[in-house]
Design a protein around this ligand. Structure first.
Ligand code: ADP
Length: 380
């Protein structure tokens, strides 16, 4: 009985939910010499069918617990976890087995059997499910093709790179035709380029197989690279969730801001950070962060400000990028200390739906300010 995605076709119906956490809490019982651990509290989260939802959090935030609740490896202390509308708790054994077959999982360290070839690793879940040889033959080779490993079919894990091992992990996870794929830090052991190729593969699989993907990670780059929806988890609670573009461009919670602080372009260049102060100093400039998003993301805003207000704007740092296919940029600039001017600039940006953050005041101590900022402009 696989109830996943099996509701009738209703074009006007709200998006179907593949996985739902309903007020879920999880407390681990006390272990010897330790008190109980409240790993998750009041989790309310829905993963839309066919979507890719990323959950980001630091170590110990509760990510693994969250993902293990989906396939019943852990059970909630309170609340319900529904997969395709079915409560994971209290399922008869056979139904739990069926449910688990409809949920694939990939891992940070791949979890391949070293004594089995690529083919035999991918075949393993089918063997466990009691599939016939013919079924295994029909299923495994196309999956190995799908993940781009046709030439490695008879190799052993020790002969593969990290990225290739994860491709085997993905093929194995898909063997039982799951509707939901759980990804537990699947790219954390991989270099950035390999991470990119694995995220691309997961995106393709999501689209071609209409597979729902729930992934946990501690890396914002992973969220940016694949997810459309994101939830930020901290201390067992979801502190912020929503559309990835909205969260990246207008983070509300300090934890989200902390994750974003390390993102290229958002971070203050070290020479600015070291000399940033909360109060103006002789010769200082006001440091602003301008966030470009939406319809005006690609407007030539700096030259417009220069023309309109007759001021020179020093570029101190920044980057222009796209998130989920939408243009998004950050610029860190210095403008003269002048409160009325700042109000004008603020209104000018607000009228274009661009965000402004006032970061502080910046002056290099040794050199004369004009000279210092002149040099800075060259660096930028
Ligand atoms: P993350 O995956 O974000 O690192 P976890 O879900 O692994 O977080 O852990 C959340 C909290 O629950 C941590 O404080 C961790 O020590 C605790 N924890 C996880 N698993 C167990 C367990 N089996 N028994 C007791 N405490 C646990």
């Amino acid at each position: 009985m696989n109830t996943l995605l099996s509701s009738p076709d209703r074009p006007d119906a709200p998006a179907e939910v593949a996985v739902r956490f309903e007020d879920v809490s999880k407390t681990y019982a006390a272990r010897r010499g330790q008190s109980t651990v409240a790993a998750l509290a009041d989790i309310d989260l829905s993963v839309r069918a066919g979507s890719i939802l990323g959950v980001i959090g630091r170590s110990g935030a509760g990510k693994s617990t969250l993902i293990r609740l989906v396939n019943g490896l852990e059970l909630p202390t309170a609340g319900r976890v529904l997969v395709g509308g079915t409560d994971v708790a209290n399922l008869p054994e056979e139904e739990l087995r069926q449910l688990r077959r409809s949920i694939g999982m990939i891992f940070q360290h791949f979890n391949l059997l070293s004594s089995r070839t690529v083919h035999d690793n991918v075949a393993l879940p089918l063997e466990i499910a009691g599939a016939s040889r013919a079924e295994i033959r029909a299923r495994v080779d196309p999956l190995i093709d799908l993940v781009g490993l046709a030439d490695k079919r008879d190799r052993y894990p020790a002969e593969l790179s990290g990225g290739q091992k994860q491709r085997v992990g993905i093929a194995r996870a898909l063997a039982t035709r799951p509707s939901v794929l759980l990804s537990d830090e699947a790219t954390s052991a991989l270099d950035p380029e390999t991470t990119r190729s694995i995220l691309d593969l997961l995106t393709t699989i999501n689209q071609e197989l209409e597979l729902t993907i729930l992934l946990i990670t501690h890396e914002m780059a992973v969220i940016r690279g694949i997810a459309r929806d994101v939830a930020v988890i901290e201390g067992g609670r979801i502190v912020e969730q929503g559309d990835v573009f909205d969260l990246f461009t207008r983070p509300q919670h300090p934890t989200t801001r902390a994750f974003l602080a390390a993102e290229s372009g958002r971070a203050l260049p070290p020479f600015v950070a070291e000399h940033l102060s909360a109060t103006p100093a002789p010769g200082s400039q006001q440091v602003l962060r301008i966030i470009f998003r939406g319809a005006h993301a690609t407007d030539p805003v700096l030259s417009q400000i220069t023309q309109q207000f007759g001021v020179a704007v020093n570029i101190l740092g920044g980057a222009v990028d796209a998130i989920a296919g939408r243009p998004f940029g950050t610029l860190i600039v210095g403008v003269p200390e002048d409160p009325p001017l700042l109000e004008h600039i603020s209104a000018f940006l607000a009228a274009r739906d661009l965000d402004l953050e006032v970061l502080g005041h910046f002056a290099l101590p040794a050199a004369s300010p004009a000279q210092a900022l002149g040099e800075v402009s060259h660096v930028a």
